[in-house]
Design a protein around this ligand. Structure first.
Ligand code: ZN
Ligand code: ZN
Length: 342
């Protein structure tokens, strides 16, 4: 089968690799039919560290079930499903606590499309093995286009779950999203608006993304660089900047007693402005996103069109063009689909 492999910085190629097989009870073989680039993929293509190359890229997809190890599975061959980024068992203590991204049955951060917790294949590949399939896979309702749902595997659900707990508890919460990557911050804006947030502010250093956030219903502020803090009384701040100055700005812009959700991935250890925060009682929530359990709720909003990520997406592109597109990505989030998924 064809596998899209990152072999080093800006070195991406299709390789012929042995197809995965069913190897344990609970396994499914799934053929990705719509795959999107996570914001992290754009960084990995340029600079894969700390992930050791080569590895198959891609961890956001909708796929079609090709084979199942268990005859009595509630899943069925031919079904379209969202494949979450994380590999998780569903039964360990962390999975039972709703933290499948911290599953104790697999190496730390085991996922598709990286190499840090083992090699599980990538979701641009023609076929992947999904262990504990019944726990991990969420059936896609037929009315929802795979193109729109691919990112529910990671960024879309990540953004949704960054804002939902606070908005459920405090529907009037003032929300600030500190953007900086292609899709995550904008998806957080769309999610907050879909969940009924009355006050959503978006800050970014990129004018194009600011325009999209404004169109999505946010009040927008912009500057050439991240300020120390933004004026406002923000109950919930989402850091989607992937910049250490954005991290600082997000933390210092959170009102006393508020919640700051870090959805950026920092490979290093960004400095925490500890004394500046001392006395504020700010709650800090750190990733990774535990996508799987929340995918059904995201699909519900996609199904009734309360949430429409299409302004944030680019494509659909052919998988045949994946190398070219991922090496020189559009400003929006690229989605690749197979002809039978269009
Ligand atoms: Zn990701
Ligand atoms: Zn587990």
């Amino acid at each position: 089968m064809r596998s899209l492999v990152l072999t080093g910085p800006r070195s991406l190629e299709w390789q012929d690799r042995p197809a995965p097989r069913l190897s344990a009870g609970g396994d499914a073989l799934v053929r990705p039919i719509a795959s999107s680039a996570c914001d992290l993929d754009r960084r990995l293509v340029v600079s894969p560290a700390p992930f050791e190359t080569p590895f198959a890229l891609g961890h956001e997809a909708v796929g079609e079930i090709v084979d199942l190890a268990d005859g009595d599975s509630a899943l069925r061959v031919g079904q379209r499903v969202v494949i979450p980024w994380h590999i998780s068992c569903g039964t360990c203590e962390n999975c039972r606590r709703g933290l499948p991204g911290a599953c104790a049955s697999v190496p730390r951060l085991a996922s598709y499309g990286t190499s840090i917790g083992g090699r599980w294949g990538g979701l641009f590949d023609e076929l992947v093995r999904v262990p504990w399939a019944q726990y991990n896979l969420t059936p896609l309702p037929p009315a929802i286009e795979p193109f729109l749902a691919a990112s529910a595997a990671d960024n879309l659900t990540d953004a949704f779950q960054a804002v939902r707990p606070t908005l459920d508890a405090h529907p009037d919460a003032e929300v600030l999203v500190v953007g900086g990557t292609a899709s995550l911050g904008l998806l957080a804006v769309l999610s907050a608006v879909a969940l009924g947030a009355a006050n959503v502010t978006y800050f970014d250093v990129d004018e194009g993304r600011c325009a999209k956030a404004a169109a999505a219903g946010a009040t927008v502020t912009t500057a050439d660089e991240y300020p120390d803090r933004l004026d406002g009384t923000f109950d919930l701040v989402v850091d989607a900047s992937a910049a250490s100055a954005g991290f600082r700005c997000a933390l210092l812009s959170t009102r006393p007693g508020g919640t700051c959700v870090i959805r950026s991935i920092y490979f290093g250890e960004p400095r925490l402005p500890y004394f500046s925060l001392y006395g504020t009682g700010v709650n800090l929530v750190i990733g990774p996103p535990h996508a799987g359990p929340h995918v059904p709720d995201v699909l519900k909003l996609l199904g009734d069109r309360t949430l429409d990520p299409s302004p944030i997406l680019a494509g659909p592109y052919s998988y045949d063009d994946a190398v070219e597109v991922l090496l020189d990505p559009p400003s929006a989030k690229p989605v690749f689909t197979r002809p039978d998924a269009r």
